[in-house]
Design a protein around this ligand. Structure first.
Ligand SMILES: Cc1cc2nc3c(=O)[nH]c(=O)nc-3n(C[C@H](O)[C@H](O)[C@H](O)COP(=O)(O)OP(=O)(O)OC[C@H]3O[C@@H](n4cnc5c(N)ncnc54)[C@H](O)[C@@H]3O)c2cc1C
Length: 393
């Protein structure tokens, strides 16, 4: 009788990052019988959400933010608080019995034949046929190369360090950048006892209400997602007239570029959670963009100089994927992966990316959908591999 030798055991799939993106992929893989090991550099899952500012809530709805295989409880309400997001991610990992190894940072991914070798904390070398990179869109705080920045000193912090308005009570604060984070921090400070709040704006954002007559902005984002850019630009401009007041008199005119065009360039609209009211009440003053720092003052693009007590730079994040995999030729000119979701870069089969887009339909929703797609693809490849008595993923 001819006996077929047993197939060698399959390596686990390594998922780098224990945020919502990585956990969702691991759960979707487990549901398909594929062993996934999540490597998380911090000491717990959901590190980003543990570090966000206190008053943050999801601006996407509870229902449309659930990850595969676990609803968010109704008790969290429609707009889920930051602490509840953390609780949800902890429960998520527990319920799905995910293998999460904390305190392990992956420094570099290298090809070794058909395998991937991960270089990780403590000199670990971990081998897998499939690796999912879920290290986050908002990985490393970014500060522009402002002249005089280094001499300006500790009065300037990045928004990542901001937690609550308490330390700024009675102070004159300049917030730089009017993305969702800058807008919300400015409103938080204005309502939280800062003596004066100014918001430096380089590019005027699209500001949308979180809901209009009970209809969440996220649902509109989902509906228009596949429509042509010019059409969404037009619809956005029309809707804005009804849904958001004109703030030109306060220094925030309507943007000249359309909503979808801006989104393509990487700027999603600002969901209003207090900025509009604060600006109209004069509690947040709009000023020109920051050009640099000189003699302890902030130099603005209109030539004026101001001397706030503190500056909070809400100037975004970098993906910072270069040290990890810049040598693999899988990043584009903006440092983003050339393939996303269930597709691997052509030159890098078995390497998957999740969480490196910034859709107006909501990132949690996107992470959930990509998790299913990636897991389906990996499970299918492994099924084929098992049938052929070899690993393939
Ligand atoms: C202020 C803010 C509010 C947001 N609000 C919403 C919202 O309302 N709705 C929505 O849908 N989206 C929102 N997003 C966008 C997005 O959903 C979140 O950023 C989400 O946390 C992204 O999940 P992620 O798993 O891709 O990345 P992250 O949550 O950033 O997780 C990445 C994980 O990887 C770990 N890690 C990084 N590098 C390594 C490494 N080399 N080795 C090991 N571990 C590593 C990190 O410690 C982290 O735990 C928001 C983002 C921000 C910044």
């Amino acid at each position: 009788m001819v006996t077929t030798p047993p197939a060698p055991p399959l390596h686990p799939v390594y998922v780098i990052g224990g945020g919502p993106g990585g956990l969702a992929v691991a759960a979707a893989l487990r549901a398909r019988g594929v062993r996934a090991v999540v490597l998380e550099k911090s000491d717990a899952v959901g590190a980003s959400w543990r570090a966000h500012y206190d008053r943050l809530r999801l601006h996407t709805t509870r229902r449309l933010s659930a990850l595969p295989g676990l609803k968010m409880p109704r008790s969290f309400g429609r707009w889920v608080a930051r602490a509840d997001v953390v609780r949800y991610l902890e429960t998520y990992a527990e319920k799905h019995e995910l293998e999460v190894v904390t305190g392990v940072e992956v420094h570099r991914i290298e090809r070794s034949g058909a395998d991937w070798v991960l270089h990780a904390t403590g000199g670990r070398l971990l081998t897998g046929r499939a690796v999912v990179v879920a290290t986050g869109y908002n990985h490393t705080p970014h500060l522009p190369e402002w002249p005089g920045l280094h001499e300006y000193g500790e009065r300037l912090t990045h928004a990542r360090a901001y937690r609550a308005p308490g330390p700024y009570e009675g102070k004159d604060v300049l917030v730089v950048g009017v993305g969702n984070t800058g807008a919300e921090i400015a409103a938080d400070l204005a309502g939280g006892g800062a003596a004066r709040v100014r918001l430096a704006v380089r590019t005027v954002p699209h500001i949308v209400r979180r809901t209009t007559l009970g209809w969440p902005a996220q649902r509109s984002g989902i509906l228009v997602r596949r429509l042509p850019v010019f059409l969404v630009d037009r619809m956005g401009a029309l809707l804005a007239r009804f849904a958001a007041p004109d703030l030109s008199a306060y220094g925030l005119p309507r943007p000249d570029k359309g909503l979808a065009t801006r989104q393509r360039e990487g700027a999603i609209p600002v969901q209003d959670v207090g900025l509009i009211d604060a600006v109209r009440a004069g509690k947040v003053e709009i000023v020109a963009a920051v050009e640099g720092f000189e003699d302890g003052e902030v130099v603005l693009a209109d030539g004026s100089r101001i001397a706030p007590d503190a500056v909070i730079a809400a100037t975004g994040y970098r993906r910072a994927l270069e040290p990890l995999l810049g040598h693999l030729d899988v990043l584009d000119g903006r440092g983003l992966p050339v393939a996303h979701g269930a597709r691997s870069p052509r030159e890098a089969p078995g390497l998957y990316f999740t969480g490196f887009t910034n859709p107006i339909s909501g990132m949690f929703r996107e992470l959930a959908m990509d998790a299913e797609r990636i897991a389906r693809r990996i499970a299918r490849s492994r099924g084929t591999a098992r049938r052929n008595g070899r690993e393939l993923v």
